[in-house]
Design a protein around this ligand. Structure first.
Ligand code: KG4
Ligand code: ZN
Length: 342
């Protein structure tokens, strides 16, 4: 019998402000994971400027891909398929990665596989823990998304709830800007909160209806902004560390409580964290504590696999490849692609 051939996927991710390429073997083994971050460029504007992101992706993408191949010690002929994020995200940014992926797939005569960005975030757990498998409940928390998802099988998702307004990462970024911490706010709030008192200010915990798994963070964000504005108007000084810690405590309490409720309802005993906000130290710690209390197992990717990267896209594409999913060269970017949709 012929030995099973290894599958090498070259993956490309350019949905927001990171130009990334990776080579992944058999879905779970990362041979290279190159990320060119544009954060420094966007910081002066206080957030991602879509036009600048697209232009920078064009400038960086060739170099990032060649570096990914070089670090993986692999050549074009070894590549089995090309994977690329085709949504959701900034349309101009997505189009750069997609055009590149199509051109490469055509040039080397290998299949093209389009990947959903959130599916990629979830799959980061399969790289982190090579024995981790469905079913489980995933909490996906990023700058653009807050989803509670039941992953019944590879590529099969039931969305239990999602945010009705701001994503949690967006709330972090806006609160950080109001305190004067700059962009991206998540890591800055995380660091400041470590020196603050989470019980200093009582910000609202928004749970919505009794049985809802949806989230809402705009009320919490407004409460923090009102607190800061009021202090400014009355000339009182604020303790930024306390504001950061109290905001974070309110957001994380809701995220963890809803996740625990979902795991209980789905009777899976297994939880996975995903997305940029999953690199938050308090969220990681609280989720771990609550899972241990209940005897649930928990998977959390390393911070570099939580924020945008292409290795997670290569992993997601592997499971699509195994199912026979291939995309044509007419694949288009879809900025509002829904999870589980094709
Ligand atoms: O997943 P990601 O890299 O991009 C999106 O798909 O949105 O997530 C970026 C988000 C930003 O809002 C950033 O502030 C947040 O993740 N973030 C954090 C931390 N590190 C990144 N939020 C809280 N704590 C952190 N340590
Ligand atoms: Zn992301």
């Amino acid at each position: 019998m012929e030995p099973t051939k290894d599958i090498f996927i070259l993956a490309i991710e350019s949905s927001c402000d990171e130009t990334a390429a990776a080579v992944v073997r058999n879905g779970r083994y990362v041979l290279s994971n190159v990320i060119s971050s544009q954060i420094a460029l966007h910081t002066i504007y206080g957030g991602v400027v879509p036009e600048i992101a697209s232009r920078k992706h064009i400038e960086n993408i060739d170099g990032v891909i060649l570096e990914a191949l070089k670090q993986a010690h692999i050549t074009w002929k070894d590549i089995t398929a090309i994977a690329v994020t085709y949504g959701p995200g900034l349309v101009g940014a997505l189009l750069v990665g997609l055009a590149e992926a199509k051109a490469l797939a055509f040039a080397i005569g290998k299949p093209l596989i389009g990947v959903h960005h959130i599916e990629g975030h979830i799959c980061a757990n399969y790289i982190q823990n090579t024995t981790f498998e469905p079913p489980y409940v995933a909490l996906v928390v990023s700058g653009g998304h807050t989803h509670l998802v039941y992953v019944c099988d590879y590529g099969k998702y039931e969305i239990l709830g999602k945010t009705r307004d701001d994503a949690v990462g967006e709330a972090y970024d806006k609160v950080a800007r109001a305190i004067g911490m700059g962009y991206p706010g998540g890591p800055k709030i995380d660091a400041a909160a470590q020196k603050g008192n989470p019980a200093a200010i009582s910000f609202p915990r928004v749970f919505l209806e009794e049985n809802s798994y949806d989230f809402s963070f705009s009320g919490l964000k407004s409460a923090v902004l009102n607190y800061i504005n009021k202090a400014n108007m009355t000339g009182e000084s604020i303790v930024a560390e306390d504001v950061a810690a109290s905001f974070q405590a309110a957001a994380i309490e809701v995220l963890v409580e809803k996740t625990m409720k979902a795991v209980k309802q789905k009777k899976v005993q297994k939880v996975a964290l995903a997305g940029g906000v999953a690199s938050n130290s308090v969220l990681r710690q609280m989720m771990k504590q609550e899972c241990e209390k209940r005897g649930y197992s928990l998977s959390i990717p390393d911070p570099v696999l939580c924020t945008d990267n292409a290795a997670m896209i290569g992993c997601a594409a592997y499971y699509e490849y195994q199912k026979g999913i291939r995309d044509g060269l007419d694949l288009n970017a879809n900025p509002s692609l829904k999870l589980g949709e094709r």
